[in-house]
Design a protein around this ligand. Structure first.
Ligand code: PNS
Length: 161
């Protein structure tokens, strides 16, 4: 069985992430989308909230599981016995950062962990969780960027409505 992990902050999940999830789920038998519990990085949503939103957004995909992890990705992947990591590339600006992480993980894992990149579909190439948060903060319309229930959660966080 071919399995992969799609790790990220997902703060919150966007249509760009969901595009990568859907396409990866078509390639692999099992995909685990895993939220990084990063103690050093302040997030808008708690890990539990992010997991819940991902679960809701992927509920129609039977081979997708949602999980969370902390610490090094190579250790998490080893514990899950998974050898492929999925990451999305939106533009060339993502490339340098992603290349560094992929090569570090490959080296640190003794060649056990490979990273596969999916180029984000053009219609979502502009999307990032950061810009979505900024739009919601300034009361703009985020419904082109995230599922409706995520838009509601963003508005609840920022405006209590
Ligand atoms: O959505 P993000 O924030 O771009 O995802 C980054 C992520 C989670 C893939 C990356 O920060 C990660 O894997 N962190 C776990 C810690 C780790 O393994 N670091 C070593 C790689 S240099």
């Amino acid at each position: 069985m071919k399995s992969a992990i799609y790790p990220g902050s997902f703060d919150p999940v966007t249509y760009g992430h969901l595009d990568v999830i859907r396409r990866s789920a078509n390639i692999f038998d099992e995909l685990t989308v895993s939220v990084l519990n990063n103690v050093g990085k302040s997030a808008l949503f708690s890990v539990e909230e992010r997991v819940k939103m991902l679960e809701e957004a992927t509920k129609d995909l039977s081979n997708v599981k949602v999980d969370s992890f902390s610490g090094l990705l190579i250790n998490y992947a080893k514990q899950k016995n998974v050898h492929v990591v999925i990451r999305g590339l939106r533009a060339i600006t993502d490339f340098e950062y992603e290349l560094q992480i992929a090569q570090t993980n490959h080296k640190l894992s003794g060649g056990e962990l490979d990273t596969m990149f999916l180029t984000t579909s053009l219609e979502y190439a502009y999307l990032s969780s950061s810009s979505v948060k900024e739009i919601a903060y300034f009361e703009g319309d985020v419904t082109p960027c995230v599922p409706d229930f995520v838009a509601k959660e963003l508005y609840r966080k920022y405006h209590g409505t």
